[in-house]
Design a protein around this ligand. Structure first.
Ligand code: SAM
Ligand code: DTB
Ligand code: SF4
Length: 322
């Protein structure tokens, strides 16, 4: 399967705007060729450091600048995090993702504790992912040495729309962290959010930016905004299921080998809509009753979702065939 890194936004739009079933058919064809189309990765999330974040991301419940119901907490203890990872593993997850509401980690006790969490999760035979905000080359190297599998750092939306959503950092700051992650040899997990008041052009621009990175991210999470009371985005209209399908299908066509994750916002999608997303190339979900601060479908419903479609769970470290 050819991998291109020179997509023009008009080309992406031509794919994205096709009649829905043509788009799904094209994406499903790519998905079957590269991934077989029968396995779904289950990733569990844990907020290891909640709230009180200095950044102003307009969608986020954890920004200290927004008056939401989320209260600032300290970093969790390593043992408690590893107990949660074990529970996730026992429930069937193969990747454990830990999120911290930081602009970026500071060197010292807290960062050392995160390194211990990574080592602990890897020691349990699970893939380990963290999302800690901006990191420099040295922090990326330390995370790589601790055995980190992937680093999540989303571009969220297009470069053009980014300044309307976040003002405390720039698109180039995000790209710089992604480069540090890549250069340290850690897998890149990078995607975005639909429903931030962006246009279709913005969605296609984001997908083109992701596909035009020097290497495609190994995972691309596609989130639908969870509109949280007290954030500037609280009144945004919900994202339709067809918009999710279109974004996922387009990501699959542009980045054939990437794991595309149907991420936040699944509670608003019925089983049929989620299956259409999976047909169109989604092969990863967040699994577990909670995302970071908001809820997610319960595990029994998700196992039924997977069984109901005749899918199987991806093994840890299982990748697309070369
Ligand atoms: N503070 C770190 C950062 O921003 O890089 C990591 C944690 S942050 C909560 C991780 C990602 O979750 C964000 O980049 C965003 O894409 C996604 N996210 C946060 N709040 C969301 C919401 N309300 N709805 C959908 N996605 C959300
Ligand atoms: C990603 O793309 N989505 C996850 C994960 N990466 C860290 C976070 C979703 C957060 C949804 C809102 C919340 O629970 O606070
Ligand atoms: Fe902070 Fe991350 Fe939320 Fe932005 S998305 S406010 S950086 S926790």
């Amino acid at each position: 399967m050819d991998e291109r890194h020179d997509w023009r936004v008009e080309e992406v739009r031509a794919i994205h705007d096709q009649p829905l079933l043509d788009l799904v058919y094209q994406a499903a064809t790519v998905h079957r060729e590269t991934h077989g189309g029968h396995a779904v990765q289950l990733c569990s999330l844990l907020s290891i450091k909640t709230g009180g974040c200095p950044e102003d991301c307009g969608y986020c419940s954890q920004s200290a600048r927004h008056d939401t119901s989320v209260r600032a907490e300290r970093l969790m203890e390593v043992d408690d995090v590893l107990a949660a990872a074990q529970k996730a593993k026992d429930a069937g997850a193969t990747r454990f993702c830990m999120g911290a509401a930081w602009r970026g980690p500071k060197q010292g006790r807290n960062f050392d504790a995160v390194l211990d969490m990574v080592r602990g999760v890897r020691g349990m035979g699970m893939e380990a992912c963290v999302t800690l905000g901006m990191i420099d080359a040295d922090q990326a190297r330390q995370l790589a040495e601790a055995g980190l599998t992937a680093y999540n750092h989303n571009l969220d939306t297009s470069r053009e729309h980014y300044g309307n959503v976040v003002k405390t950092r720039t698109y180039d700051d995000r790209l710089r962290t992604l480069q540090h992650v890549r250069e340290a040899g850690i897998e890149v997990c990078c995607g975005g959010i639909l429903g931030l008041g962006e246009s279709v052009e913005d969605r296609c621009s984001l997908l083109a930016t992701l596909a035009n990175l020097p290497q495609h991210p190994e995972s691309v999470p596609i989130n639908a905004l969870v509109a949280v009371d007290g954030t500037p985005m609280e009144g945004q209209a919900p994202v339709s299921s067809t918009d999710m399908v279109r974004a996922i299908a387009t990501a699959r066509i542009l980045m054939p080998r990437t794991r595309v994750r149907l991420s936040a916002g699944r509670e608003r999608l019925n089983a049929e809509a989620q299956w259409l997303c999976m047909l169109a190339g989604a092969n990863s979900i967040f699994y577990g009753d909670k995302l970071l601060t908001t809820s997610n479908p319960d595990t029994a419903a998700d196992l039924a979702l997977i069984d109901g479609a005749g899918l199987r769970r991806l093994d840890p470290f299982e990748r697309a065939a070369p």
